[in-house]
Design a protein around this ligand. Sequence first.
Ligand SMILES: NC(=O)c1ccc[n+]([C@@H]2O[C@H](COP(=O)([O-])OP(=O)(O)OC[C@H]3O[C@@H](n4cnc5c(N)ncnc54)[C@H](O)[C@@H]3O)[C@@H](O)[C@H]2O)c1
Ligand SMILES: O=C(O)C[C@H](O)C(=O)O
Length: 340
Amino acid sequence: MSATVSMLRSAPRTAVRSYSSSSQPQRKVTILGAAGGIGQPLSLLMKLNPLVSSLSLYDIAGTPGVAADVSHVNTLAQVSGFAGEEQLGKALEGSDLVIIPAGVPRKPGMTRDDLFNINAGIVKSLSAAIAKFCPNALVNMISNPVNSTVPIAAEVFKKAGMFDEKKLFGVTTLDVVRAKTFYAGKANVEASEVDVPVVGGHAGITILPLFSQVTLKSKTLLDEEIKALTKRTQDGGTEVVEAKAGKGSATLSMAYAGAIFADACLKGLNGAPDVVECSFVQSSVTELPFFASKVRLGKNGVEEVLGLGPLSDYEKQGLQSLIPELKASIEKGIKFAKES
Ligand SMILES: NC(=O)c1ccc[n+]([C@@H]2O[C@H](COP(=O)([O-])OP(=O)(O)OC[C@H]3O[C@@H](n4cnc5c(N)ncnc54)[C@H](O)[C@@H]3O)[C@@H](O)[C@H]2O)c1
Ligand SMILES: O=C(O)C[C@H](O)C(=O)O
């Protein structure tokens, strides 16, 4: 977290240094859905990232404007905008990392699964394009329902014969960001010094923060306080959807979280040691084929899926409760991709 803040503070200076650096790998990052509520601030944050040399912004419309705007920021990345399906291949070619925030967001009263009918098709066609134009890229899936869109992408990649489980990630970083913020507020500690793993999936009770493993405790919170923090983390997305009252879901905090996760992926690709973030990936940590847990990132994507560590009784119970819902969402995604 603090690394990203310092990245933002020092972006222009770092970028000038990067121009003269010949040792840093050239990295192309593509954002699909770049003109949207998440896409625009995420494009800005990726433009500030000194590890990005080429930033490709794709959407069905509106990307030339976003690209022109972001391109004036005086940092390393060269920005290109692509609009419409005929330009998708060009947008993707040569990508090291593709971030997907394309698709519709929730309105009050909806679950993430209510987005399935529209977003499943969008994710399926974008995944097919990735398989064709940049089969070696890491993919960061933001589009909801993540518990189903990641299995959809995996299935599309399998059909195309290029699936590599090390390269497909469901972005659950916003759950971690929320868990850290909410815990810090309650325990009265610095948010930037708190770390909390969040495991499971990315919807309702499938989001399981492991507050028993928090890195910084100033005092032991009561069981009731931990339960309330868990519920608030699970309902964090709904809290924003309701506050926005029909104007969408989390965009700014998601762009922040997406930028942190993308930065971690790029650091891993570049060989930085000990890069660990939570993500929803192919997994054998539980009986489910996909599961979010801490993941060590490396030169090929996932280097190691880490286990859950010791759980409190409350967390063990949460884990048991989330399995059926997460299983059903994963199976729904796989079925859709196989049958459509
Ligand atoms: N993983 C998470 O933690 C998390 C957090 C917040 C939001 N989300 C999800 O992210 C998605 C986007 O949210 P938003 O607020 O940015 O929505 P938005 O409507 O503001 O933007 C979505 C963008 O996707 C574009 N798009 C639609 N179809 C496309 C296609 N075929 N190819 C390329 N682009 C396409 C739209 O034109 C639009 O610009 C939603 O599904 C939302 O639920 C996930
Ligand atoms: O809640 C949503 O619909 C968006 C996102 O998944 C979130 O957690 O904010």
